[in-house]
Design a protein around this ligand. Structure first.
Ligand code: ADP
Ligand code: MG
Ligand code: ZN
Length: 477
């Protein structure tokens, strides 16, 4: 049987969070009554002239530099011509031959494997309006508030090889957009949208197969599902001896299937041409430099620094820098508890587990970075045991109290008094003569069992290190 390798390239549209639209002064605010954020320019009235919003260029430059793109400096806006009721001008202003940025990359980490995904280009464009289909009457309404809202389109190289890699790539892109503060990257609300191009080729082949493009993917989960679906669909066609048709498909989230929307023959010919209303845009290298200087430390720089400065594994560094806020949280915690790997384990384990379960972002964490550091200090000083620390953490999350207060209140201080622990060990061993003789006859693995019994007898408060030592002494001495 032929084994196939999936080839995936993504086109991502990200909304930029400017106050005003790309070519007019209308507000970009979401959720206003229909058609209240409009003017002759974004309504496409004849004779009105677009004026480029400088912030849009600045935000696009931020993205370009954060994704290691080249900024050619020579920009041109182009008209992409098509008819649709949500597009009053009959064309969308976009960029075609001379986009703002080309040839970048982002690094992803999937199953412990680092991969570099190339970016073909980033270009600026305006969004179209929105059709509202009246459920009660056979009519559709047009809301043009969104017309002219600025977008960047980020086109990847066909560098991804699995749905998982595509998901990782998208997450990184969104993380960067949020990190450099140019957009909110919200897929459900449509400010971060993705079309997935998928093809298959025989493993080992270097030529590309015929691709399809799946649209209407509005969550990370659905992007991955739709890609898996498409890989399975194309595999079946090819194994049956058929050929994949180049087409655009539409994902139906409820059915978990995609359906053909139009074939290549029906594809639009957009007749791109330079927009005569907008002068060519030349970006001064000094401006590019100034934008570069204004960027914060970027996710991949910070990830690399976490590995070298804190000796963290790549994986930990990747998770901890998945958002700027999480990275800040971690470093705040380190300021008062400087054991990076211990802190990393607690952030990635109990903390992220809790936030996931409660569907909260790190900014809304019920346990502050300083609070966590205080807990880890109690653990490190031996005041509480590891097991108790987890209980205290849960209690901190539930009540908002400090670790110290909870430990005091509930009498959770670790028992490190050797005479008390010796007594506990003696009691446990006295009850288990059978196991003791088996241990003495060579069943060394019973040690763990004894430790467990003593910890149980001390309600988890015994200092594990001391319990071990005392057991060793009693059993072997
Ligand atoms: P179009 O507008 O026709 O979709 P674009 O150049 O905007 O063309 O986007 C093409 C996208 O499809 C890119 O992300 C690219 O990586 C991807 N792509 C191109 N060829 C293939 C292929 N054979 N298999 C999978 N993806 C592909
Ligand atoms: Mg496309
Ligand atoms: Zn307007």
């Amino acid at each position: 049987m032929t084994a196939f390798e999936p080839v995936i390239g993504l086109e991502v549209h990200a909304q930029l969070k400017t106050q005003t639209k790309i070519f007019c002064g209308c507000s970009t605010q979401f959720g206003a009554p229909p058609n209240t954020h409009t003017c002759p320019v974004c309504l496409g009235m004849p004779g009105s002239l677009p004026v480029l919003n400088k912030k849009v260029v600045e935000y696009s430059l931020r993205m370009a530099l954060a994704t290691h793109c080249t900024v050619p400096g020579q920009n041109r806006f182009a008209r992409k011509n098509y008819f649709y009721p949500d597009l009053p001008k009959g064309y969308q202003i976009s960029q075609f031959e001379l986009p703002i940025a080309v040839k970048g990359y982002v690094d992803i980490l999937v199953n412990g494997q680092a991969r570099r995904i190339g970016l073909t280009r980033i270009h600026m464009e305006e969004d179209a309006g929105k059709l509202i289909h009246d459920p009660k009457r056979p009519i559709s309404l047009v809301d043009l508030n969104r017309t002219g809202v600025p977008l960047i389109e980020i086109v990847s190289e066909p560098d991804m090889r699995s749905a998982e890699e595509a998901g990782a790539y998208l997450r990184i892109l969104r993380a960067i957009i949020r990190w450099i503060d140019i957009g909110d990257g919200n897929m459900e609300e449509g400010s971060f949208r993705c079309d997935a191009n998928v093809s298959l080729r025989p493993k080992g082949s270097s030529a590309f197969g015929t691709r399809t493009e799946t649209k209407n993917l509005n969550s990370f989960k659905h992007v991955e599902k739709a890609i898996q679906y498409e890989i399975a669909r194309q595999t079946e066609i090819l194994l049956d001896g058929g050929t994949v048709v180049q087409e655009t498909r539409l994902w139906d989230a409820d059915k978990g299937q995609s359906f053909s929307m139009r074939s290549k023959e029906e594809a639009h010919d957009y007749r791109y041409f330079p927009d005569p209303d907008l002068v060519p845009l030349v970006i001064d290298p000094a401006w590019i430099e100034a934008v570069r200087q204004s960027l914060p430390e970027l996710p991949d720089q910070r990830r690399a620094r976490f590995v070298t400065d804190y000796q963290l594994p790549e994986y930990d560094a990747g998770v901890l820098t998945s958002s700027r806020e999480l990275a800040d949280y971690f470093e705040t915690c380190l300021r008062s508890f400087n054991q990076p790997k211990v802190a990393s384990n607690w952030v990635m384990g109990p903390l992220l587990g809790l936030l996931n379960a409660q569907d909260r972002a790190i900014e809304q964490s019920p346990v502050s970075a300083d609070g966590l550091a205080a807990l880890l200090k109690l653990l490190d000083q031996g005041t509480i045991s590891g097991k108790i620390a987890k209980t205290v953490f849960d209690e901190m999350a539930a009540t908002g109290k400090t670790a110290e207060a909870i430990v005091k209140e509930k009498g959770l201080v670790q028992v490190s008094d050797s005479s008390a622990l010796e007594a506990a060990v003696d009691q446990v061993l006295a009850k288990l003569p059978g196991e003791v003789s088996r241990f003495k006859a060579g069943e060394a693995k019973l040690m763990g069992f004894f430790v467990g019994q003593v910890m149980k007898a001390t309600k988890g408060k015994g200092n594990p290190k001391m319990v071990n030592e005392i057991l060793e002494k009693k059993l072997k001495g």
